[in-house]
Design a protein around this ligand. Structure first.
Ligand SMILES: [Mg+2]
Length: 182
């Protein structure tokens, strides 16, 4: 029988949406690697969070795969580029390739399965963790799971589910580190 060790220390995690958070929002699906543009401040922000002891988990809807706009390889290539830029600070990428018109999926935000996978894999304390997203559907699963919520204002409307609103990734990182470390 598998016995869970109750004394194992849980980890804290920063969950992050991808488009509009880690790469520039272009107002439609990313169709080529050239369109995947990482803002200058993102790699350093990821490294600062990593050094502060957070697990870093990307949770991204990529329904363009089910819609036939691009394939898994483009998604993997974009994520490789991001990892190279931040010295492999990111622990895990989850992406949801489906869309309701093709097949319903609990992976796709606003459902929460991608978050739950990360919580299980890294033994995450949800209440000590954060989500950085730009759309309301990023924040819905975070609220459901008790994860703190930051909205980056890209090309989107304010979400009432946001506990904090910022305009850059660096501001989000500063907010997390200042809040948790005082
Ligand atoms: Mg987004």
């Amino acid at each position: 029988m598998l016995v869970m060790d109750q004394n194992v220390k849980k980890s804290k995690c920063v969950f992050m949406d991808r488009d509009g958070v880690l790469n520039e929002e272009i107002g439609r699906h990313i169709l080529t690697i050239e369109e995947f543009v990482i803002p200058e401040d993102v790699p350093n922000g990821l490294k600062r969070l990593k050094e502060a002891g957070y697990r870093l988990v990307v949770v991204t809807n990529q329904s363009g795969i089910a819609r036939g706009y691009y394939d898994d390889k483009l998604v993997d290539d974009c994520h490789d580029l991001l990892q190279q830029a931040c010295d492999h600070a990111i622990d895990q990428f989850y992406y949801a390739p489906l869309v309701d018109s093709v097949s319903k999926s609990l992976m796709r935000k606003p459902d929460s399965l991608m978050f739950e996978k990360g919580i299980a894999k890294f033994n995450v304390d949800a209440n000590a963790s954060w989500m950085i997203g730009d759309k309301e559907r990023d924040l819905v699963p975070a609220k459901k799971l008790g994860i703190k919520r930051i909205q980056i204002m890209a090309l989107v409307e304010e979400s009432e589910l946001a506990e904090h609103r910022v305009h850059t990734f660096t501001e989000a990182v500063d907010l997390i580190l200042n809040t948790d470390q005082g």
